[in-house]
Design a protein around this ligand. Structure first.
Ligand SMILES: Nc1ncnc2c1ncn2[C@@H]1O[C@H](COP(=O)(O)OP(=O)(O)OP(=O)(O)O)[C@@H](O)[C@H]1O
Ligand SMILES: Nc1ncnc2c1ncn2[C@@H]1O[C@H](COP(=O)(O)OP(=O)(O)OP(=O)(O)O)[C@@H](O)[C@H]1O
Ligand SMILES: [Mg+2]
Ligand SMILES: [Mg+2]
Lengths: 264, 264
C-alpha cells in the first residue's frame, strides 16, 4: 500500500484540498484508495460529505481506544474509503504521550489493511506533533503542498528535518516525493522565486538525503474559487465542477504521482 | 493593557499578517505596543526582521524556564516591542502539561508589564491547545481573522466554544471583539455568503454570550501580493509598501479597533 502523507506545518496551503482531490482522482483511475483524516478540524471528512454521529468511532478512537480500523473506516464511493476525524482528536496527543508505542499507533493499526488498498492518502494537521509523526511512520512518502509565498517557504527546512529524524529512527523507507505548488498564480515574482529556490534545493540533494530525487511537480494547482466552494457541498472537485481548472490540475497531479512511482 | 489574541485554529487565514500589521499600525498611532509570537513557526518574529540567536531566550523560555519577560522582550522600533518565538516552542505544550498553573503561565509572566504598554497583540498558532489557552487567559479580547471560505467558516463554532470555556473557568473578562475578513475578494458569492452568515450569527447573540456585541469589522483586508512579499524583507506593510491597499486596509482596521474599545 503506497502511502502519501500530505504534510506542511504551515497553515492554509492546500493540504486538505490536495489530499481529498488526489484521493478522488486515484479512485477515478480505478485504484482502491483509503483517505485518513488526521486533523481535529476534520475538514477532509467534511469535504467528502461524511458527518460522523456523536457515537460513531473516528480516528480519535484508533489512537486513544485502539478501536480496529474495520470499525472506523467507511466507504465514500465504490473505490474510496475514509477514516474520519473529529474535534476530539485535539486531546489525543496528550493522551498518547506516555505510551511506549506512541509513534507507531497508526502504522500498527493499518497493518491488517496493507493489501486491502492500492493507495493511502493522509491529510495532516498544520503542526509537527505526535499525530504528524504517526503519519510519517506509516507513510512511504511525503507530498508537500506549498503556497508560493515567503512565509510558506520558511518552514520547509524544519519539515525536512522532521522527515529526516523519522526516517533515521522509525521508518527507513520514508522519502520526500516532492512539492506541489498550490494556490498558484502564474507569473507573480514570488511564485517564480519560490519555485526556483525549491528546485535548486532539491537538485543539490545528496543520495542520503530524504529528499534525494524529490522535485517540484510539473502540475501546479492554480487558484480557482471552485476548489474553495466544493467542500460546502460535501463533494470533491470532480463531482462539483468536473470541467474546471481545479479538476484538470488535480487529475494531472494524480497522473504525475502515479508515473513518479518508485520501487517500494 | 488592552490585549488582543489574534486566533483562528484554521491555518493560513492571515493571523500573522494581521497581528504584525495591526501592531505596527497601533505603534504608528503613538501607542506603546507589545507583540507576542506564540507560534513555533516564529513567523511574526521573522516578519518584523528579528532573528534570535541560538542562545537568545524566546517565548519558549517564558513557558518552560520561567525566564522573566524583561530578559526576552526586544524593541523593534521606538514604540513596538516583541517577545520572539522559536521552533522549540513545538515541545512546550507537553512540557507544561502537568504544571498546576499551566493555563496561566503567560498571564502571570506579563503581570509586571500591565502598565508598560497600551496594547498587546498575540499571534497564535493554528490550533486550540495549551499555548492558545494561555493566550485566551491573558487576553481581554479575541480578534478572529477569517478567510471568506467555507472551510474557514467551519471552525468558528469550535473556536467560540473554546473562548466560552476559558471565559467561564479562567478569564471572566474575555470577549470576542469581532471577525476581520482577510484575503478578501470583493464580489465572490462565497465572500457574501460568509459575511452574511457571520453577521447574522453575531446579531443573534444573547447578552451572556462571549461574542455579544461582536461584529464583522467594516475594514476587510483585500488580497494584495505586497502583504505576502513584505515578510521576506523583515518589514511590516507600512515600511515596505506604505501606499498599497494592504497598508490602507490595516491602518483602517487599527483605527476601527481603537474606536471599538469597550470599558475594560
Ligand atoms: N487552488 C485553490 N484555489 C482556491 N482556493 C483554494 C485552493 N486550494 C485550497 N483552497 C482554499 O484555501 C483554503 C485553504 O486550503 P486548505 O484548507 O485545503 O489548506 P490546509 O493546508 O489543509 O489548511 P489547514 O492548515 O487549516 O489544515 C480553503 O478554504 C480551501 O478551500
Ligand atoms: N491580504 C493578503 N493578501 C495576500 N496575501 C496575504 C494576505 N494576508 C496574508 N497573506 C499571505 O497568505 C499566507 C497566509 O497568511 P498568514 O501566514 O498570515 O496566515 P496565518 O493564519 O498566520 O497562518 P498559520 O495558520 O500558518 O499561522 C502568507 O503567505 C501571507 O503572506
Ligand atoms: Mg487542512
Ligand atoms: Mg501565522
Amino acid at each position: 500500500m503506497r502511502t502519501l502523507a500530505v504534510l506542511n506545518q504551515k497553515g492554509g496551503v492546500g493540504k486538505t484540498t490536495t489530499a481529498v482531490n488526489i484521493a478522488a482522482a486515484f479512485a477515478r483511475m480505478k485504484k482502491r484508495v483509503l483517505l485518513i483524516d488526521l486533523d481535529p478540524q476534520a475538514h477532509a471528512t467534511l469535504h467528502v460529505g461524511v458527518d460522523p454521529g456523536p457515537t460513531d468511532p473516528t480516528v480519535f478512537d484508533l489512537f486513544v481506544n485502539r478501536t480496529p480500523v474495520a470499525e472506523i473506516a467507511r466507504n465514500v464511493n465504490d473505490r474510496l474509503s475514509l477514516i474520519p476525524s473529529s474535534v476530539d482528536l485535539v486531546g489525543a496527543e496528550l493522551q498518547i504521550a506516555d505510551r511506549e508505542d506512541r509513534e507507531r499507533i497508526l502504522s500498527r493499526a493499518l497493518e491488517p489493511f496493507r493489501d486491502a488498498f492500492d493507495l493511502c492518502v493522509l491529510d495532516c494537521p498544520p503542526s509537527l506533533g505526535l499525530i504528524a509523526i504517526n503519519a510519517l511512520v506509516l507513510a512511504s512518502e511525503v507530498l508537500i503542498p506549498l503556497q508560493p509565498h515567503f512565509l510558506a517557504l520558511q518552514g520547509l527546512s524544519r519539515l525536512l528535518e522532521t522527515v529526516t529524524a523519522v526516517r533515521e529512527s522509525l521508518n527507513p523507507a520514508l522519502r520526500v516525493s516532492g512539492v506541489v505548488l498550490s494556490l498558484y498564480e502564474r507569473g507573480t515574482r514570488l511564485s517564480q522565486e519560490v519555485q526556483a529556490d525549491v528546485s535548486t534545493f532539491f537538485g543539490a540533494a545528496a543520495a542520503t538525503d530524504a529528499w534525494f530525487g524529490a522535485r517540484v511537480f510539473d502540475s501546479a494547482i492554480r487558484r480557482n474559487i471552485k476548489l474553495a466552494e466544493c467542500p460546502s457541498f460535501g463533494k470533491t472537485i470532480f463531482d462539483y465542477a468536473p470541467d474546471s481548472h481545479g479538476a484538470a490540475d488535480y487529475a494531472a497531479l494524480a497522473k504525475e504521482l502515479l508515473r513518479a512511482k518508485r520501487p517500494e
